[in-house]
Design a protein around this ligand. Structure first.
Ligand SMILES: [Zn+2]
Length: 86
């Protein structure tokens, strides 16, 4: 048995558990969502599936997950996901 436990996170949009490699870590800087590819950025992070951004936006999942009131910009995440082919 491998002693290494897979750390799981839940997607802020669909709430399903997934391993960190299945999710994208994002961090809120000011009111902008930044993509944290190295998982090393400070601040409150929100994890989500690449194909859950639409749901996250509709449900204001970023606001809930990050306890932020007001408009959150997701342009950078949007652009990043486009480069992935979503
Ligand atoms: Zn999801």
């Amino acid at each position: 048995m491998s002693g290494k436990k897979l750390r799981q996170r839940s997607c802020i949009a669909c709430r399903r558990l997934a391993t960190r490699t299945e999710l994208i870590r994002t961090v809120l800087i000011g009111n902008e969502i930044k993509v944290d590819l190295t998982h090393r950025m400070g601040g409150r992070g929100a994890w989500l599936h690449a194909n859950c951004l639409k749901v996250a936006t509709e449900r204001r999942s970023f606001n809930h997950a990050l306890k932020f009131e007001g408009e959150i910009k997701t342009d950078e995440l949007d652009n990043y996901l486009k480069t992935l082919g979503n």
